[in-house]
Design a protein. Structure first.
Length: 302
């Protein structure tokens, strides 16, 4: 058997290499900066090799450290897989589970599924973050993420599952159309108040129109109002401030109640793809597998 002494410091070393600093590794491991640093130093002393080049600004792996890191990651993955198999035999969904979801889609579509999943598994401790920015899910320690938008080519260390693409339509409140009329074409939209989605850098999302020949006509629109929240866009359109291009999952209730209506349906397009993404090394975990199945069943869209 491998002496237990050989495993000491490996987790701290791998976590430090992934996080880029002793401080960040300490946060992940719930240890002090000093404790992580000393653990790695003891590992280096035992191996008789320097694993990191240390400067006042950053840590970088030495050539020896990089080779050792690859081996350690495999060892830790094998241990995690072995534990996952044991957990699967017990059929228990337990422990912490970190999930990251887009803000609006997460609140409106994913949260009911996640809460139902947590209710079915009372020994699970989910932690759910909401963000529209692109994050490194391995670096952030995320178990499962929902992603809207093209993320390919996928990194080799990530698993992914395509769930479909959203449908994007042009819509307005009936009262607004009664007051201003109904647009007759894409060009005619210039006469109307367009409510746009704005990014943090000051740019706006272009509108996409089906061109009738199987292609897409993408246009930068002149907006009366620019909002950095899709849910705020819905509120503005319902309030009669103008016309917007929105994903149908965002406004399905408003469409069903007649609070919003589709205009120019011939211009509707498929929107961004929806994916589940996860670190491959966590896939054998029963809690991750179970959540992937639950989200795939509940979120798959046409």
């Amino acid at each position: 058997m491998i002496p237990s002494e050989r495993l000491k410091g490996i987790e701290a070393f791998v976590c430090t290499a992934d996080a880029g600093s002793f401080t960040a590794a300490g946060v992940r491991l719930n240890l002090t900066n000093s404790a992580v640093s000393k653990s790695v130093a003891r590992l280096e002393a035992r191996l008789g090799s320097r694993l990191f080049e240390r400067t006042t600004r950053r840590l970088t792996l030495t050539d020896v450290g990089a080779a050792f890191y690859e081996t350690c990651v495999r060892v830790l993955e094998d241990l995690a897989d072995a534990e996952a198999v044991l957990a699967a035999h017990r059929s228990e969904i337990v422990g912490r589970l970190k999930v990251d979801v887009p803000i609006a889609f997460g609140r409106m579509q994913a949260m009911p599924l996640l809460l139902a999943f947590a209710e079915r598994h009372p020994n699970l401790r989910p932690s759910i973050t909401f963000t529209d920015r692109k994050i490194d899910i391995v670096e952030e320690g995320i178990d499962v993420a929902i992603r809207i938008g093209a993320s390919e080519p996928w990194a080799d260390n990530l698993g992914h599952r395509y769930l479909g693409s959203e449908r994007v339509i042009i819509c307005a409140a009936p009262a607004y159309l009664a007051r201003r009329g109904t647009p007759a074409s894409a060009d005619d939209l210039a006469r109307f108040d367009c409510i746009l989605y704005g990014r943090g850098d000051g740019s706006t999302i272009k509108w996409r129109f089906a061109d009738g020949a199987g292609g897409i006509d993408e246009r930068a629109m002149d907006g009366r109002i620019v909002l950095g929240s899709a849910e705020a866009q819905v509120g503005a359109v319902k309030g009669g401030f103008g016309i917007a291009q929105l994903a149908t999952w965002l406004i399905e209730d408003e469409l069903a109640r007649g609070e919003l209506v589709e205009v120019l349906p011939e211009l509707a397009t498929a929107g961004l793809p929806l994916h589940l993404v996860w670190p491959r090394r966590r896939q054998l975990s029963p809690k991750v597998d179970a959540l992937l199945d639950a989200l795939t069943s509940g979120l798959r869209i046409a």
